[in-house]
Design a protein around this ligand. Structure first.
Ligand SMILES: [Ca+2]
Ligand SMILES: [Ca+2]
Ligand SMILES: [Ca+2]
Length: 206
């Protein structure tokens, strides 16, 4: 009895610990900034706004096990067979990854692909996440111009969930869609957590 229990525990740990070669749709597109109006990228090193370098795409592992996404790629319009970025490494459960436009340029330069950045059209586009076999579509989302205009991001709420919303705090729709801010590299949440400060902690003990 005890041996069977130990075997089950060992098996469960093994399943949860090793990167899955199959996605089971657990790694998905999570948030997109197609029409940036400010310096979003912390990796372009220019402290300047650039309409292409400051675009970004966020993905999330919404599953319960790590996934090796080495060789997974991004592309924009469906009919376009040219690639914009290739991932490498393992993404842990619950973790987010962001690709900025300048990182896309870097990958295109290094891999000999046409230099187009992420190439997310402001007038609407389709973003596709493709697995390493370059044919299995892990996820795909279509957005319209109004959903991304000038610093609006389009993303799932919550992370990995079925619903897509407009994060329009920086450029509100009329009426506002969510009044939530875009969150590259941070969770998509309904109400941003209030930053904890020292005086609020001290107030608890008064
Ligand atoms: Ca764009
Ligand atoms: Ca920039
Ligand atoms: Ca986010």
């Amino acid at each position: 009895m005890m041996i069977r229990f130990i075997l089950i525990v060992v098996l469960a740990v093994a399943v949860l610990s090793f990167p899955s070669s199959r996605s089971c749709a657990q790694v998905v597109l999570n948030e997109i900034m197609a029409d940036p109006a400010r310096d979003w990228s912390p990796t372009d090193g220019n402290n300047e706004y650039h309409s292409m370098q400051d675009e970004w795409v966020e993905i999330v592992n919404a599953g319960l096990s790590p996934v090796d996404i080495t060789g997974w790629r991004l592309r924009d319009a469906v009919s376009d067979s040219s690639w914009r970025y290739e991932f490498a490494g393992v993404i842990q459960p619950g973790h987010l990854l962001v690709v900025y436009g300048n990182e896309s340029y870097d990958w295109e330069d290094q891999s000999g692909h046409p230099r187009q950045g992420l190439s997310l059209n402001n007038s609407g586009d389709t973003v596709t996440l493709v697995e390493g076999d370059l044919s299995t579509v892990a996820d795909q989302v279509i957005y319209s111009s109004a959903e991304v205009l000038d610093d609006r991001s389009y993303g799932r709420l919550p992370d990995g969930g079925p619903d897509w919303v407009v994060y329009d705090h920086l450029n509100p729709l009329d009426p506002p869609a969510t009044d939530l801010p875009p969150t590259p590299g941070a969770p998509n949440v309904a109400s941003p957590v209030e930053p904890v400060n020292w005086s609020s902690i001290k107030a608890l003990f008064r």
